[in-house]
Design a protein around this ligand. Sequence first.
Ligand code: G3H
Ligand code: 13P
Ligand code: ZN
Length: 379
Amino acid sequence: MKNLLVNQHAKSVSAVILGSGQALQNVKLLSTTKAQHGYLTRKTCTVLRLKVSSPKCKSFILIGSKYASTVKQMLVTNKDLMVPARRGGYGIGAFNVNNLEVVLAVAEAATEEKSPAIVAVTPSAIKYGGLPYLSKIVRTAAELASVPLSLHLDHGEDFETASKCVDAGFTSVMIDGSHLKFEDNVVLTKRVVSVAHSKGVSVEAELGRLAGVEESTVEEKDAILTDPDVAGEFVERTGVDALAVAIGTSHGAYKFKADPKLDFERLRLISKKVSLPLVLHGASSVPAWIIEKAAKYGAQLGGARGIPEEHIQKAIAMGIAKINIDTDLRLAFTAAVREVLANSPKEFDPRKILGPAKEAMKKVVRSKMQLFGSSGKAA
Ligand code: G3H
Ligand code: 13P
Ligand code: ZN
């Protein structure tokens, strides 16, 4: 059985498998959603989610409707993935990618775990890999994978970047106005929501600043972290689909000097006011085994510290539905590359160096999916 996303307006369809002429049995309509159909038409249209029993073939022709067309597995939106996650009490991993190896690691892990996944691209990843390359690699991954993937702009810094990504076929964008004054954040976010929603693209925004707050006073924390009282007003006024919250996490490998601490009481209050999916940035755990492996082969990462896995599970139980992971992938990549280069000094085939790095990232992604509870949700 697989889920297919189809650019069809018909309520019932029948289908034949290309090449075999064998009629599909048990084509069941699961749901219809409005979505951007970037691949064929670049227009917003109704997407039917079908469950079909089929052999390996990935390409279908729908018949019995004037909208008949070749069907490919398409990117889904973040909203498609996050709403059931918040409702079901599990989390969807958003994994940052910037090259082919990271995309392969995420897509293969998702397929093996039967898990949905969000593939996230930052403006600096776009600068590195190029928008057309990254969006097409991820789109290809979504077409070939048997699980739902979305393509998300992470930390979109301005309206122009967000709308370029919408035009390039992203199915979700984050507009990060967290550094702005509240009213300016509202205005910018609303502007992005209006363009993105008109194309069926979902929007994430952020309130509060990501920063370690270990030694901060209550007043200092209040000035930095998400204010539960304004969170409700913000989502209502902007119409966003998800809200990133600041509860004491931060980006990178050095999140805490002493014991990790998150403001769970704040999260509880935000969760009461906002029923939308909540997003946790800076959620890498900086696993000891990766740091040890990297250090064994020469890395200098003393003092690296992340979010304990139990904290992540607690946050999911309190309404976090999307968990952002970049650092742990970078660490796994680096440790694996160091190991190969140290153990095989004569090696100079990039595939022999980057292949193990991809496998190491895949192991991390699979363990995140198990931790977040998304494994098996795309079965
Ligand atoms: O916020 C996400 C990242 O970990 C920072 O990514 O170096 O691609 O901007 P970047
Ligand atoms: P980490 O640095 O903890 O992996 O966070 C990544 C992130 O928030 C990307 O948006
Ligand atoms: Zn982030």
